[in-house]
Write a protein that binds this ligand. Structure first.
Ligand SMILES: NC(=O)c1ccc[n+]([C@@H]2O[C@H](COP(=O)([O-])OP(=O)(O)OC[C@H]3O[C@@H](n4cnc5c(N)ncnc54)[C@H](OP(=O)(O)O)[C@@H]3O)[C@@H](O)[C@H]2O)c1
Length: 215
């Protein structure tokens, strides 16, 4: 895939909802967008609402070389797809651990690896939507924080490894953001959810914009 226009290209995983969707809104005026998510029809409709966009429909766990075939240059790769599985060590089984690490960490590593040639070709950048949970853990948060600590290890390593190749790496660590994931967390906590009380997805997207535009 090469941009059908002369716009730089941004691939955003998790663009169907929440933070990823807000990042798509933010980058739409300046980038050709590849919109990640699992529902191809919904992504097609979303793509039609932007000046220049197309679906990148895929369960991130199933990315292969053929998923990225044709992406020869890539200016921005945003990893926003993620899941939150809350529960104590006593409660959560192997599948909960495995699913979270597969989506939040292993898929990020794999998609990055598959796209590094295109990122190097463009002198592009990788932006990971991490979390405050990439620095802190607590009761019920071992799985989620574990994945986000690991994601920080990944991005810290990648930043050093790719410095000489001209690929920049940023890690963004928001607090609580008003998305479906936040509603899930409130359910787990047994608290009433009030979206207006939390960071808005568009505000996180502004942080991504800052990273994208920085020299
Ligand atoms: N919300 C918060 O408070 C908060 C705070 C800090 C960091 N974060 C991080 O920000 C990122 C985005 O979170 P969010 O709040 O926007 O979450 P969200 O509203 O629950 O949206 C999750 C996104 O991830 C995608 N996704 C999940 N599993 C996937 C899979 N197996 N393959 C492909 N796509 C998959 C979903 O796609 P589908 O539509 O196809 O399901 C959706 O686009 C996550 O990495 C999260 O950890 C969130």
């Amino acid at each position: 895939m090469t941009s059908p226009t002369s716009l730089p290209v941004a691939l955003i995983t998790g663009a169907s909802r929440g933070i990823g969707r807000a990042i798509a809104d933010e980058l739409a005026p300046t980038h050709h967008l590849l919109l990640g998510g699992r529902d191809g029809a919904a992504l097609k409709e979303l793509a039609s609402s932007y000046p220049s966009a197309e679906p990148f429909a895929l369960d991130v766990r199933e990315a292969t070389a053929s998923s990225v075939e044709g992406i020869d240059t890539l200016d921005v790769l945003v990893h926003s797809a993620g899941v939150l599985r809350m529960g104590t060590i006593a409660e959560l089984d192997d599948d909960a651990w495995r699913e979270s690490f597969e989506i939040n960490v292993f898929a990020v590593a794999k998609l990055t690896r598959l796209l590094l040639p295109a990122l190097r070709a463009a002198g592009g950048q990788v932006i990971a939507i991490n979390s405050g949970s990439g620095y802190n853990s607590g009761a019920g948060s071992a799985v989620y924080s574990g994945t986000k600590f690991a994601l920080r290890a990944l991005t810290d390593a990648l930043r050093e490894e790719e410095r000489a190749n001209g690929v920049r790496v940023s890690s963004i660590h928001p607090g609580r953001v008003a998305t479906d994931m936040q509603a899930e967390l409130h359910d787990y906590e047994g608290k009433e959810y009030s979206p207006g009380s939390w960071i808005q997805p568009s505000q996180v997207a502004k942080a991504v914009r800052l990273a994208v535009d920085a020299s």
